[in-house]
Design a protein around this ligand. Structure first.
Ligand SMILES: CC(C)(COP(=O)(O)OP(=O)(O)OC[C@H]1O[C@@H](n2cnc3c(N)ncnc32)[C@H](O)[C@@H]1OP(=O)(O)O)[C@@H](O)C(=O)NCCC(=O)NCCS
Length: 188
């Protein structure tokens, strides 16, 4: 049983590879592609966060993600297609909770690439990393109850619903519900 997060994962950024994808660190060269994802209305529909309006916001978030890695708070990967090097999305283990040996996961893909099994492939690889290299005991996701695609993906990969918080998130003048889905190392 994992009882302590392995901080050696912060010695060198962990590159992950699957059959079709490379998961790598973001760089500022990704600003335009990342902006294309975070400014897309379909992507942002259930994210309870405003779409980006300019490249500067994308640049700042890339810098934040890389600074989180340096500070050993989180790891965010750019998801790139192996065959043409295109950046199609991102996935991250953030809010690493050292005390309780857990982390939160988040992800998005550009809609052009939805429904092709890419996120299932990336998520499976990141969970392998989370449980076998980072040594998390549990990983959780917070999802808007209307986000059917994300809920379907989490269930397919073995997450189960552990909480429904009513109106616990204030966004854009409304209180929004959150579902918490979790997976523990023994479930994976
Ligand atoms: C959630 C998201 C990443 C899913 O990515 P995806 O690559 O389309 O998902 P996959 O193709 O890997 O599908 C995984 C499983 O979920 C199911 N699924 C995907 N989209 C679905 C949908 N709209 N409705 C029902 N099931 C869906 C698929 O059937 C698949 O199962 P299968 O392999 O047995 O067919 C994508 O919709 C997205 O980026 N959404 C916007 C950002 C977002 O909401 N992020 C999550 C915040 S919590």
């Amino acid at each position: 049983m994992n009882t302590r997060i392995n901080t050696r994962i912060f010695n060198e950024f962990p590159l992950l590879e699957t059959e079709r994808l490379l998961l790598r660190q973001f760089s500022l060269d990704d600003t335009a592609a990342f902006f294309g994802i975070r400014s897309n209305e379909q992507v942002m529909q259930y994210m309870d966060s405003f779409p980006f309006e300019n490249h500067n916001q994308a640049r700042q978030m890339i810098e934040q993600m890389n600074s989180d890695y340096s500070q050993q708070i989180g790891i965010n990967w750019a998801i790139q297609l192996l065959h043409n090097q295109k950046l199609i999305g991102y996935i991250g283990l953030w809010k690493i909770n050292y005390e309780n040996v857990r982390a939160e996961i988040g992800y998005s893909l550009h809609p052009f690439y939805w429904g092709k099994g890419y996120m299932k492939e990336a998520l499976h690889e990141v969970l392998c990393f989370g449980f076998n290299q980072m040594n998390a005991h549990g990983i959780e996701a917070s999802v808007n109850p209307n986000n059917r695609a994300s809920i379907a993906l989490l269930k397919k990969i073995g997450f189960s619903k552990e909480a429904h918080f009513r109106e616990n998130y204030y966004f854009n003048g409304n209180f929004v519900d959150s579902l918490i889905y979790c997976i523990n190392e023994s479930d994976f």
